[in-house]
Structures are given as C-alpha cells and as structure tokens.
Design a protein around this ligand. Structure first.
Ligand SMILES: Cc1cc2nc3c(=O)[nH]c(=O)nc-3n(C[C@H](O)[C@H](O)[C@H](O)COP(=O)(O)OP(=O)(O)OC[C@H]3O[C@@H](n4cnc5c(N)ncnc54)[C@H](O)[C@@H]3O)c2cc1C
Ligand SMILES: NC(=O)c1ccc[n+]([C@@H]2O[C@H](COP(=O)([O-])OP(=O)(O)OC[C@H]3O[C@@H](n4cnc5c(N)ncnc54)[C@H](OP(=O)(O)O)[C@@H]3O)[C@@H](O)[C@H]2O)c1
Length: 453
C-alpha cells in the first residue's frame, strides 16, 4: 500500500509553517497523503513572530492564531527544542523523510565594518530585539544607562529599536514583555534617540504605517531636520514608482516643517549621514562620527568629506539581519543564503536530492511575514514536482514512530504541539492577574517544564 509522503521541515517560523500549509493543501495531501514533522531549535514555534516582532505590535503577533490552524492538523507534528544538526543531522533526516525543507530564517546582525564596533555600548539590533522579546539564549539584563543613543539604519528594525528605546517601560507594560525586560526598561535613561540613514527620505526602508506609529506615543517627540529633505531624479522616480516610498517621504516632510513639541523623549530621524566611526574612550562608546552624504542623481549617495561627531553613549546597529550557515548545505557568503533554484538547494553538482529551502534562509533577511507564503508555495510546488517525477530519495525508516524513537534514544527533551498549548496557557495565566493577555516565559528550562517536554 502506498504510504504518505514524509516531509521534514527544519525551522518553525512563518516560512516553515506556510510550507506545511502548502503541502497540506496540495493534491499529494489527498492521496496517499502527506505527513509532516517540523523541527525547531526553540521550545516554542513561530520564529521571529515570537522573537522578532515588537511586543507593542500585538496585531502582528496575532498572526500566530492563523498559523495555529496549520499546526492543529493531524498530519503535522512539532518537535521543538531540536537543533539541526546538533540533535539531528542531514543524513539522519534523510533516513526518516522523503524530503527536507530548511526554513531556518535569520537571527544574527549583519556586520558593520567601521572602527569602534566592538566598543562597550555598541550593540547589534538583533541582540537587543532578542532581549526585549524574551529570547532564552541572551542575557537577562541589558545596559540602558545612555542618555543619548544612536540607531544606525533606517529600516523597520531600526524603527522598532528606536521606539522601544524611546517609549517608557509603563507604556510597554500592557504587552507580553517579561518582568526582567520591564525592570530593564524602567531603568532606561535614554532621553534622546538619534536614528541615522546614510541616504535620503526617498531611500528609507520604513513602512508608512510603522513610521507614523512613532508619533502616536505621548512620550515621543519625533524631529526631522528640514535640511535632510532632499530628492534627486532617482529619488523622484522612486517616489513615483512606489506608493509606500512616497507616503514615507510625505510623512517625513510634514514632520520637518512642524513645530517641535514638548514630549519628553526626543527621537531624531537624520538623513544623509553615513556612520564612519564609533568613538570610544576607555573602551566605551562616547560618540558617533558620521560623514555627510549627498545624492548623486541616481538615488545613491556620495560622501562630501564633511564629518560630524554626535554626543551619544551607545550605538545600536540596525543594518540588517544575517542567517546562520547550515552545516552540510552549500552557502553563499555574499548573500548569507543557501543557493537555490525555485527552492531546490543547488550545490556544485546541481540540485541536491530531496533538499529544499524557503523563507529568509532562501531569499535573505528582507520582507514581511506574508511574503514568506509565496516563497513556501514555490518551494513546495517544486518538491512535489520532484516527487511526481520520482526524483526524491528513499528513506530507510519512513514510519512516523522511528523519529520519536531516535530522539528518545538521543535523550533529546523535545516539545510538541500539545506542549505549545500548555506553554501558551501558562503564559496567559501569568498575565491574567495583571490584566495582561500574556507574560512571556523566558528561561528555556521553564519553557520546557511548562510545555511538559
Ligand atoms: C526585529 C524584526 C521585527 C519584525 N517585525 C515584523 C512585523 O511586525 N511584521 C511583519 O510582517 N514582518 C516582520 N518582520 C519580518 C518577519 O519576521 C520575517 O519576514 C519572517 O519571520 C521570516 O520568516 P522565516 O520563517 O523565514 O524565518 P524566522 O521567522 O527567523 O523562523 C526561522 C525559525 O527557524 C528556527 N531555526 C533556526 N535555525 C535552526 C536550526 N539550526 N535548527 C532548528 N531550528 C532552527 C528558528 O528558531 C526560527 O524559529 C520582522 C523581522 C525582524 C527581524
Ligand atoms: N513592523 C514591520 O513590519 C517590520 C518590523 C521589522 C522588520 N520588518 C521587515 O524585516 C526586514 C528586515 O528589516 P531591517 O530593518 O533589518 O532591514 P532593511 O529594511 O534592509 O534596512 C536596513 C537599513 O540599514 C541600512 N544600512 C545597511 N548597511 C549600512 C551601512 N553600512 N551603513 C549605514 N546604513 C546601512 C540600510 O540603508 P541602505 O538602504 O542605504 O542600504 C537600511 O536603511 C524588512 O523587510 C522589514 O520591512 C518589518
């Protein structure tokens, strides 16, 4: 009798879960069926929705509810707290599954190579995000003793970081932030947050809604210097071709011409200032040097040789995320992604048998949660085409119990989808007495205990 197609997905972020959804909605799911196991190194699923999306964005975090419907399906199992390749290798995955999809996303900061990045007080945005989002693998405390702070980059992560630094702890208290994050933010001394873009308002990567949201906090005064509003032909073309770019530019223009109010925390959005050095004394950040840039006609910029030193005591680098290289898979150092064609992993000899990628590990760390869906659909379509053409390998032990036995033999303390419901209930119960929807559990051991791993 034909057995279901067995697929392993490594990484339970949105890309991996959408890949499972695409498999479940495919014709293959009808007969002889599909059977999907999702491996996730964290005890809880949902990737950057849980450990990236800012706590004051509950609507986006709510996407988790839609993803529940996929993980609720009987054809899908979750094995949380299982690391690739630490707990299960590629060869081992191949011995259990017809195909393996990697959707391991991105967790680190892209390097910024300017002098001073290693000074005390120079932080990667990804580390700070992990801290305020209660990631178990980062320290429980965060030094927030700087009164003036710089944030480098003008993307949505920079906005998140700047907003969290500029808001008060009490504004964030109704969210899911754990107690250690609330206590850390309570001690935050930041009064000025300076965000730096190396290009102009038409080149900012902000989403219009996220940008406007900055102005909604009663404690944040957003300030834009009118001298930073400048466009060349390239910028004008960009504005004409992209409604979002135009909306961002319009918002910044409005902010540049209005009177400055008296909200206590000043958040400056600077443009045409390219970071050239983080200045230090006794190993600590004491300033930031930027070079003024100007547009070159194409929307790009060139340096002017004019430098400014900014009095800041900490610097957050929000210049993009970076994926971790996956052992046994080819790697493109330049893009920080696994080389692929349509989601099929490509090594020197062509497509690697039965091996696929989707999400940020495939496309790089750009794009919203929803964008990972189209990506997953393409990867799964190609996987199923390979299946139909008989190009997949044959696993030695395809029966579902085999992998459970394997993990038990390895003494891997794994969590399950039922375990997520228990953790979810425990976090909601923690929030209830304070009238909050949820309070996150941070410690890995506590997460495992609450999940009944
Ligand atoms: C700070 C931040 C805030 C964001 N906010 C928003 C927002 O508000 N709205 C929006 O639409 N988009 C937002 N995004 C973008 C969104 O998070 C991404 O588009 C999306 O999460 C990418 O999905 P993914 O599944 O590819 O990766 P991820 O979400 O990173 O998921 C990858 C998963 O793989 C797991 N994993 C990694 N390595 C291994 C391994 N070796 N073994 C096992 N498991 C592994 C990880 O733990 C993780 O759970 C934000 C991104 C960042 C960085
Ligand atoms: N609320 C949300 O919807 C939300 C929240 C967070 C993240 N996200 C999404 O997640 C993705 C990643 O966001 P991101 O902010 O990490 O990346 P991003 O959008 O690519 O922004 C990175 C920023 O860093 C700048 N930068 C890069 N290298 C630099 C350097 N050497 N010096 C100075 N500046 C430099 C870039 O400027 P240049 O353009 O000049 O290179 C850009 O302004 C995006 O798609 C984003 O929309 C969404």
């Amino acid at each position: 009798m034909p057995r279901p197609l067995r697929v392993a997905i490594v990484g339970a972020g949105p890309a991996g879960i959408y890949a499972a959804d695409a498999l479940l909605k495919s014709e293959a799911a009808v007969e002889p069926g599909v059977s999907i196991d999702i491996f996730e190194r964290m005890p809880a699923p949902f990737g950057l929705i849980r450990y990236g999306v800012a706590p004051d964005h509950p609507r986006i975090k709510g996407i988790i509810t839609a993803l529940h419907q996929v993980l609720d399906k009987p054809q899908v199992r979750l094995f949380g707290n299982v690391d690739y390749p630490g707990d299960i290798s590629l060869d081992e995955l191949r011995s259990f599954y017809d195909a393996v999809i990697f959707s391991t996303g991105a967790t680190a900061d892209r390097a910024l190579t300017i002098p001073g990045v290693d000074l005390d007080g120079s932080f990667g945005a990804a580390d700070f995000v992990s801290w305020y989002d209660g990631h178990p693998d980062v320290p429980r405390t965060w030094p927030l003793d700087a009164e003036k702070v710089a944030v480098l980059g003008v993307g949505n992560v920079a906005l998140d970081v700047a907003r969290i630094l500029a808001k008060t702890a009490d504004e964030l208290l109704p969210t899911e932030i754990p107690a250690n994050v609330y206590d850390g933010l309570k001690a935050n001394k930041a009064l000025e947050v300076h965000v730096f873009g190396r290009r102009g308002p038409a080149q900012a990567k902000f989403s219009p809604m996220e940008l406007r949201e900055l102005d909604h906090s009663p404690t944040i005064e957003v300030i834009v210097n009118p001298e930073d509003i400048d466009y060349d032909d390239g910028s004008i073309a960009e504005r004409r071709g992209n409604k979002q770019t135009d909306m961002v530019a319009k918002t910044l223009e409005n902010w540049a011409i209005r009177d400055i109010g008296d909200r206590p925390h000043k958040l400056f959005l600077h443009f045409f200032e390219s970071p050239s050095e983080i200045l230090g004394e006794d190993g600590k950040v004491v300033g930031l040097r930027t070079e003024r840039t100007e547009l070159d006609g194409t929307g790009n910029v060139k340096g002017t040789g004019r430098f400014t030193d900014w009095d800041v005591q900490s610097v957050y680098r929000a210049v993009g995320y970076l994926s971790d290289e996956l052992p046994k898979l080819p790697w493109d150092v330049e893009t920080g992604t696994v080389p692929d064609e349509g989601g099929r992993v490509i090594d020197a000899g062509g497509p690697m048998q039965s091996t696929y990628v989707t999400g940020w590990i495939r496309r790089g760390p750009i794009g919203l949660i929803g964008h990972t869906k189209g990506d997953a659909n393409e990867t799964v379509a190609n996987l199923l085409a390979d299946h139909a053409a008989g190009r997949l390998g044959t696993p030695a032990s395809p029966e579902p119990a085999a992998v459970e036995d394997f993990l038990a033999e390895r003494s891997v303390r794994y969590t399950t989808w039922e375990g997520w419901y228990r953790l979810d209930a425990a976090e909601k119960a923690l929030g209830e007495p304070q009238g909050r929807a949820r309070v996150k559990i941070v410690e890995r051991e506590e997460m495992l205990d609450a999940s009944g791993a």
